[in-house]
Ligand binder design. Structure first.
Ligand code: HEC
Length: 96
């Protein structure tokens, strides 16, 4: 009995973890990066980083930037979902 309760808890934890992954689309990503990530530096900096960062590294970068800029958790999740879904050279952050 105790064991199965524990297992349920673990499954719930897992489900709530995946539920936190945001659904994002191009329009959102364009406006979020423009609004929150090009205030202090060029958006080209993000374009360059696309070539070398994976999902985990983006999590760290977004956390650091959020500390600099005071971005709330929801904004961080959105931007992170956007960035980790982008390919190198993605026109959302690489145009011009
Ligand atoms: C409050 C100012 C500020 C805001 C807002 C900001 N940044 Fe930065 N960012 C910096 C500074 C300062 C540096 C250079 C120092 C450093 O690397 O930590 C930097 C460096 C970077 C770098 C290059 C360094 C690395 O870790 O690869 C990337 C990529 C980056 N920012 C992405 C972003 C993204 C994505 C956002 C939006 C979530 C963002 N920044 C918002 C200030 C800011």
């Amino acid at each position: 009995m105790k064991k199965s309760l524990l297992a349920t808890g673990i499954v719930l934890l897992f489900l709530s973890g995946t539920a936190a992954a945001k659904e994002v689309n191009e329009g959102m990503c364009a406006s979020y990066t423009k609004m929150y990530c090009s205030r202090c530096h060029s958006i080209k900096r993000i374009c360059k980083a696309l070539e070398k960062k994976d999902e985990e590294q983006w999590r760290q970068t977004v956390t650091t930037m959020a500390e600099y800029g005071g971005l709330d958790q929801d904004t961080q999740n959105t931007v992170h979902a956007c960035l980790s879904g982008m390919k190198p050279g993605d026109p959302i952050v690489c145009k011009k």
